[in-house]
Design a protein. Structure first.
Length: 329
């Protein structure tokens, strides 16, 4: 998504990203804006009226003129200190009513609010939900369709795990996603109150981070990611009670046994990733070499994301990565 967004805005076009709910369209746009030093303007079109996009009618002498709202950066406006421009995110475009969608024609194609031009350093990006997912969606006119460059997003477990590792998401959640692959458990015909998706897994992280998981908080977990998948996650998280003690792995890496169950192996590897530091990494590698190669790959990739400097500062890890090079590539 990042590459496609940049390619479009560089030539003055508006990319339009659709996906199922909860994938993180808005969050990705915000991340791109931050890295590009663009001040994000998040305009939720589902909450707008046509006047918000056309400008408010004001009397000037014996004529009426449309005055733009201050949310829009116009061509003579100064760029905010610390930024190189703006990103105008037209979010919930597919949920806006027909009148608002029509009012967006000029803004998207001509980069104008009423008769005023947008600032040349203002990128426009649009996002919305798919009509097939039973979200609140208004059928888009062909006139609006032809003003946009259309992309449909899907979830990537690998990309999400990379993001989650960088963001220090609870290692039990990362371990479960590694094990089950159930990052997105969405069915538009579902009868549950909610469902598992990148957004709700991040919600769950806030609720359980650094806290014990047991059946007493089952309703809290079910209310976040759905009842069915919450049972699986709690069962997986309880595997952590069966794990060898971390202190034993550090002190006796040669003698501590490797668990037989696949779920427990995933649990212990993500636990080791969470606790790995430069001082204990050499001992962890001794123990890790007893695991299947796919588990070692998970560990290596996560450490490279979490602490990339260890590739150069830890000799044992550097040598281990060299031995794993064929598998990692």
């Amino acid at each position: 998504m990042t590459t496609e967004l940049i390619e479009c805005v560089n030539v003055g076009l508006t990319p339009y990203f659709t996906s199922s709910p909860g994938i993180g369209k808005s969050a990705i746009c915000a991340d791109v804006a931050k890295r590009g030093k663009l001040k994000l303007i998040d305009l939720r079109l589902a909450q707008c009226t046509p006047e918000d996009l056309q400008g408010f009618p004001m009397r000037e002498g014996n004529k009426a003129v449309f005055t733009p709202f201050s949310i829009f950066p116009l061509e003579n406006d100064p760029i905010p200190q610390g930024y190189d421009g703006w990103m105008l995110l037209l979010d919930e475009l597919s949920s806006a009513n027909k009148q608002v969608q029509a009012a967006a024609y000029k803004l998207i194609l001509d980069r104008q609010v009423g008769s005023f031009n947008l600032h040349p350093n203002c990128a426009i990006v649009a996002a919305g939900n798919k009509i097939t997912d039973k979200a609140v969606v208004t059928q888009m006119s062909t006139a609006l369709q032809s003003r946009l460059i259309h992309y449909e997003l899907s979830v990537s477990v690998d990309d999400w795990i990379e993001w989650a590792t960088k963001e220090d998401i609870d290692h039990r959640i990362i371990g479960y996603i590694h094990f089950s692959g159930k990052l997105m458990d969405f069915n538009p015909d579902h009868n549950d109150k909610t469902f598992a998706c990148p957004r709700t897994w991040e919600f769950l992280n806030r609720l359980i981070k650094d806290k014990p998981i047991n059946n007493s908080i089952g309703s809290r977990i079910a209310g976040t990611i759905g009842s069915g998948i919450s049972v699986e996650f709690i069962t997986f998280a309880q595997e952590y009670s069966k794990l060898p003690k971390f202190i034993d792995i550090i002190e006796k890496p040669d003698s501590v046994e490797v668990p037989k169950e696949a779920s427990t192996k995933y649990a212990i590897v993500t636990m080791l990733i969470n606790k790995a530091e430069s001082d204990n990494l050499s001992k962890l590698l001794i123990y890790l070499k007893k695991f299947p190669i796919e588990m070692q790959i998970i560990f290596c990739r996560a450490i490279i994301i979490k602490a990339p400097e260890l590739r150069n500062t830890n000799k044992q890890f550097s040598a281990y990565l060299f031995d794993m090079l064929d598998y990692l590539s």
